[in-house]
Design a protein. Structure first.
Length: 83
């Protein structure tokens, strides 16, 4: 499993705590606690890696709650942090 940065682990933890929302898009926007996430590249990387996804299918530009995928839960459970 690839190593995760502290920011990636923090976003996975926030997702697990039901604090994250995504837009439906190839390059989704991400909010944490209703505020834009400070690092869209990292957030989109987790989506593209299949670690987080919307809870329900969502149209482009619409917001939905995010959840961990099975792979995301496994990554969070065995997170290896990069300095």
């Amino acid at each position: 499993m690839p190593e995760l940065s502290r920011r990636e682990v923090a976003l996975l933890r926030a997702t697990d705590a039901h604090r994250v929302e995504l837009t439906g898009s190839e390059e989704p926007d991400v909010r944490v606690d209703a505020l834009p996430f400070c690092d869209p590249v990292t957030a989109r990387g987790l989506v593209h890696a299949g670690l987080i996804r919307p809870v329900v299918p969502v149209a482009p530009g619409q917001w939905a709650a995010a959840c961990l995928t099975e792979a995301g839960a496994a990554a969070l459970g065995s997170a290896l942090l990069v300095a």
